[in-house]
Design a protein around this ligand. Structure first.
Ligand SMILES: Nc1nc2c(ncn2[C@@H]2O[C@H](COP(=O)(O)OP(=O)(O)OP(=O)(O)O)[C@@H](O)[C@H]2O)c(=O)[nH]1
Ligand SMILES: [Mg+2]
Length: 324
């Protein structure tokens, strides 16, 4: 499944106003001057964002741009508190960034719930104002108003697995074979200019895989497309290094990739990883065996993606993903 990454939508949000406090007095048979019994107003409803891992796009919000939480009810007689206004809960996928009108980032939602706009506070009923000098206060306060905000929601790539490799190694081909998405694939370097996201699912687990542009030696110094797009894989749980096994020195390619990743952020090197040697159709068994010995420390897979042979990379991703 191919996922649209550059989802962006504008929402108009308003939390509820607080209800007013009430002014009332006890009126009961045989009690002539009953005291004050005006209840407090209810609080206004909140606007809450809730990260829902089942969502992968913002599409469900496309047709509803205005969200208003309920107002608190006014306080009532007999010290009855007005009901609080109804909250509005907006579900968003993990990786949703909330920005203000001018594009400044306010929140980066990865998990959990966040109260974004508090509702107005309910006003106080006159029973709060009773004192020894004023037994029949005619004072109550108004509820405060709710807050209003225009925000822009942007979905940033959150992938579970990142594909890393030199240009032309077959990363986009792998994404296509595993997820059925249709990234651009071609026999020249830097075909992929923007990251692609696809979803691999076995019916139970859903794993999001990101294919990022190719990395070359010196990417950290701005060579090729640079390496700023590595931000998209900062949060992945694991990395699949895709290497063209027919290249002259696959091991030094692996070293270069790790070096460039480490320059971007050392933490990327601590992630679980698999090394996929692709294009086995272009080499003989002897080279394959040699590589097996050189890379004996790694989780190694071999594939000829062009021949639809994904080796056991899918199986390894699924297994590794489950491990803590
Ligand atoms: N012979 C052979 N060619 C392959 C194999 N897998 C992919 N290719 C070819 O290699 C070329 C590059 O594949 P892509 O999937 O576009 O590579 P990429 O790593 O995404 O490249 P960039 O987006 O440029 O970084 C294409 O012409 C593919 O058809 C393979 O197993 N064997
Ligand atoms: Mg590509």
């Amino acid at each position: 499944m191919k996922v649209n990454l550059t989802d962006k939508i504008t929402l108009f949000l308003k939390s509820g106003s607080g209800g007013n406090g009430s002014i009332s007095f006890r009126r009961e048979k045989f009690i002539r001057k009953g005291g004050p019994n005006g209840g407090d107003g209810g609080d206004g409803g909140k606007i809450i964002f809730n990260v829902n891992r089942k969502l992968i796009t913002l599409n469900h919000l496309r047709f509803k741009h205005h969200h208003r939480a309920g107002n608190g009810e006014n306080g009532r007689t007999a010290d009855k508190h007005g009901k609080n206004g109804k909250n509005v809960i907006i579900d968003v996928p993990p990786g949703t960034v909330i920005m203000d009108d001018e594009g400044h980032e306010i929140l980066d939602l990865i998990e959990g719930k966040v109260i974004f706009l508090k509702g107005g506070t309910g006003g106080m009923g006159n029973s709060n104002f009773k004192s020894s000098t004023n037994r029949a206060p005619r004072t109550a306060t108004k509820g405060s108003s709710g807050k209003e905000e225009k925000v822009v929601l942007e979905l940033r790539l959150i992938a579970d697995v990142g594909l890393v490799g030199k240009p032309n190694a077959g990363k986009s081909t792998l994404l296509k074979k595993l997820t059925g998405s249709h990234p651009e694939i071609a026999s020249y370097p830097f075909t992929t200019l923007n990251p692609n996201l696809g979803v691999l699912s076995d019916g139970v687990k859903t794993i999001r895989i990101a294919d990022i542009p190719g990395i070359i030696e010196g990417a950290s110094d701005g060579k090729g497309l640079g390496f700023s797009f590595l931000k998209h894989i900062q949060r992945v749980r694991m990395i699949v290094f895709v290497i063209d096994i027919s290249s002259e020195d696959p091991f030094s390619i692996y070293e270069v990739l790790k070096y460039e990743l480490g320059k971007y952020n050392k933490k990327l090197l601590n992630k679980k990883h698999i090394v996929l040697m692709n294009k086995t159709d272009l080499i003989d068994k002897e080279k394959e065996n040699k590589i097996k010995n050189t890379f004996n420390e790694c989780e190694l897979c071999f594939s000829s993606l062009i021949n639809n042979d994904t080796g056991d990379v899918e199986h390894k991703i699924m297994n590794m993903f489950n491990e803590k």
